[in-house]
Design a protein around this ligand. Structure first.
Ligand SMILES: [Zn+2]
Length: 243
């Protein structure tokens, strides 16, 4: 009778170990991790874009100051050239050349500034887009964390039930037998008991000797497999479930 209980204890312990494994390696953990990584990479991309924008705006301000200076230079030259103050032909020619150069420089700078503004607008759109994606990723992470928490709470509930069943079951088994069970369980990674089916030890798949076979019918005898050392139990599936 105790051997059946011991077998059921082993089944329970295996179920508990499986449940522990399920909690530790729950696929929802991986989903939380991937959502967290996604959020982190978006945060980094956004921070990089914002830093880039800051530098571009600074550069634009410098360009605008340069443009103001060069425009002032251009206008002053232009006024002086057409003021009638300068009479010398040679000097006027030099001034015309200079004015053309300054005008060209001014036009180029204006062109450059327009390009900078467009690039800034483009980066601003990108930053807004990334901020939106980041918000969504944060919400997704939150959802996945909640799903994981709910699943773990459910598994935790199952675990409590199994532990309670184990306590009840263990209370019905002689302490010496429980000690023996613990010892065997450690030695055989939780499978210290093996059923005998068609005279074969299910622990190591070796035929059991005829001498042992006879002893298996004695419900009080502890019979160990001569091949692997597991404690042998012999009963039908129905018997195993009946208690
Ligand atoms: Zn065996």
């Amino acid at each position: 009778m105790s051997l059946i209980l011991l077998w059921r204890l082993q089944e329970l312990d295996l179920a508990i170990a499986e449940l522990e494994h399920e909690m530790e390696n729950n696929p929802l953990r991986g989903e939380v991790e991937s959502a967290a990584e996604q959020l982190k990479s978006l945060e980094e991309a956004l921070a990089g874009t914002e830093q880039d924008l800051k530098e571009r705006r600074k550069k634009l301000r410098r360009g605008e100051l340069d443009l103001e200076a060069i425009s002032a230079e251009h206008d002053a030259l232009d006024r002086r050239l057409y003021s009638g103050e300068v009479k010398n032909i040679k000097e006027l020619e030099q001034m015309e050349i200079k004015l053309r150069q300054v005008k060209q420089k001014r036009d180029e700078l204006e062109e450059e500034i327009l390009g900078m503004m467009e690039a800034i607008e483009e980066q601003e759109r990108r930053a807004a887009d990334l901020a939106e994606q980041q918000k969504e990723a944060a919400a997704e992470l939150q959802r996945r964390r909640q799903r994981l928490d709910e699943e773990l709470a459910r598994l935790e509930g199952e675990m409590e039930k199994l532990q309670e069943q184990r306590r009840e079951l263990a209370a019905q088994i002689e302490p010496q037998l429980l000690d023996r069970y613990d010892e065997l369980s450690r030695r055989f990674q939780g499978r210290g008991l093996a059923r005998v089916v068609n005279d074969i030890c299910q622990g190591c798949s070796v035929f059991i000797s005829s001498a042992q076979r006879g002893r298996l019918y004695d419900p009080r005898a502890l019979v160990y497999c001569e091949s692997c050392g597991r404690l042998l139990v012999r009963f039908s599936d129905e018997e195993a479930q009946a208690h």
